[in-house]
Design a protein around this ligand. Sequence first.
Ligand code: G6P
Length: 479
Amino acid sequence: MNKANILVASNRGPVSFSQADDGSLSLRRGGGGLVSGLSAAAAGAGTVWVCAALSEADRLAVREAPGGRLDEAGHDTGGIAVHMIDVPEDTFHRAYNTVANSVLWFVHHLLFDTPNAPAFDAAFRADWAAYRDYNGAFADALVAESADGARVFVQDYHLTLTPRMLRDRRPDLRIAHFSHTPWAPPEYYRLLPADIGREVLTGILGADEVGFLTERWADAFLDCCAAFLDAEIDHRTRSVSFGGRVVRVGVYGLGVDGPAMQERAAAEDVAERREALRAQVGDRRLIVRVDRTELSKNIVRGLAAYREFLTDHPEWHGRVVHLAFAYPSRHDLPEYRAYTEAVRRTAEEINAEFGTEGWVPLILQVKDDYPRSLAAYQLADVLVVNPIRDGMNLVAKEGPVLSQGGCALVLSTEAGAAGELGDDALLVNPYDVSETARALHAALEQSDDERKQRTARLADAATMLPPQRWFAAQAERLG
Ligand code: G6P
């Protein structure tokens, strides 16, 4: 096996499998901001992408692939060499669902106030041990695949311990870690058990370069290093001196690839869905949102804002439709299932309260349908992105790029994207339902000219650092 000079490691890889009733496996491209960004950057660059088997179908596929290499087993992985790791199911479940998604994701998105917030008990310690094993399995695969002096790009909160493990075993490697999430401020981060909080920070500091999507998250990371480690922080140069080494912290605001998105959106399946949507909503104005069914996306408050807008503005009844598209996500976790139900209930209530024979005010679709989302972006008059906290949020960037007639962006101040798009968006406090309702109204009342001009500027800002350049900038910095 040829060793690689560039490697990427992430929990979710660029492809996943599903199994039909007859036992046959079919491959599909993965989703989410991390995967869409990295897929474009890694394709064709001689990169090996190390990822985890996420399902039983993935595990079956890996077992038929020598050394875990899906591309070598004849799968079409889109020009990327993919090494999928067959982590034991129980280890994977503890590492992914319990530690990564219920604790680390929760802490960075300030979600510990939900009814199912974690309890750090003896069972959790066993989960933490599994998280270590899972990070270790990634380190093993990366060690096996890396050429001397290779550059390794480790991604996100699933893999915070891998950089340190790699450095201990392979000091020749140049290692980067990138967080696609926000980072918690020290007063929230300290809610983690102290030793685990420190293990995560020292794990990440095993890298040479640590990357974030915005200055705000990078500064919070530096503040945590200062508060919880015996480390020296320089906010001006964004660096951490720790354990005799200096680690640099960088900010890379991932954007979207405009031409690639336009090309994808020009395909027949998008045109079909666009026609179907037009037929469904007629010439009514369209408010659109597209999210994973994710607690931090704040879908329920967003729908409540639409309800308040309809209450306050009867003159808009019958003249507007809200399309809410949600991609099912993390449904192994009970709080995510309950949240999806709360979203459905709110949508039903709104339609029961305001709907008439000829008008359905809200169309909610909980389904994985990418071309339908692209069609909705093309038609949207208003795009709502109101997360309570979000690393970046690429929906806010994709919408303006594909808009055909101009779309007004209602955007949370707590999305990383607000830093780059704030000047031309209608910024809202995500907890302030009434302010969001007023923003929906203001967005609908924007003149055509203003909306189009703002959309053009939003699209420019959204495409400033497309995935290839985002990745190249980090690779250059790593040397
Ligand atoms: C966020 C995370 C990614 C993750 C994606 C989808 O964007 O930063 O690491 O892949 O959500 O979540 P999932 O749990 O389905 O991979």
